[in-house]
Design a protein around this ligand. Structure first.
Ligand code: FES
Ligand code: FES
Length: 177
């Protein structure tokens, strides 16, 4: 079947089997290998991408379910001015070691700061609680997100009207618009 998505602002299509997962569609059919695949159990969160503005574990979504949706991956984070403040934060605060979890962590961080421009440490830890990092012990990831919250350009992270909902794990949840 033909699947068409808007990925990082560009419309992309591919002919895939209905059973293909979004993570494999992104990596193998679109060649965007910044999104990682780290487990078979929907636990690790290395595969997190933004779908219609909400972080989802792309291993829990069929590519067919994402047809017509808007996807952002780590490759789309960089701005016209260079690295996104979150990318700078991870660089400044050593928020990564091997880097395997980093793309997903940054996608979730971006969503968090778009919805809560002044997150507490608890807010940050809650937002990334569905994602595993096997290297850093999380402290430097939290500091990186705090750095981005403090150093993002004015107006980039508007105040949220509500609480962030966290990374969506379930396929049914993931396709809710
Ligand atoms: Fe581990 Fe998706 S690959 S949660
Ligand atoms: Fe290695 Fe997070 S930096 S898993």
């Amino acid at each position: 079947m033909q699947v068409t998505l808007t990925v990082n602002g560009e419309q992309m299509s591919a002919d895939v089997e209905p059973r293909v997962l979004l993570v494999h569609f992104i990596r193998d059919h679109l060649g965007l290998t910044g999104t990682h695949w780290g487990c078979d159990t929907s636990n690790c969160g290395a595969c997190v991408v933004s779908m219609d503005g909400v972080p989802v574990k792309s291993c829990t979504v069929l590519a067919a379910m994402a047809d017509g949706r808007t996807i952002e991956t780590v490759e789309g984070m960089e701005t016209a001015d260079g690295l996104h403040p979150i990318q700078k934060g991870f660089m400044e605060c050593h928020g990564l070691q091997c880097g395997f979890c980093t793309p997903g962590m940054m996608i979730t961080s971006k969503w968090l700061l778009e919805n809560n421009s002044k997150p507490s440490e608890h807010d940050i830890r809650e937002a990334i609680s569905g994602q595993l990092c096997r290297c850093t012990g999380y402290d430097n990831i939290v500091k990186s997100i705090q750095w981005a919250a403090e150093n993002g350009t004015g107006g980039e992270y508007p105040e949220s009207a509500g609480e962030p909902a966290g990374v969506q794990d379930e396929s049914a949840e993931a396709v809710k618009a």
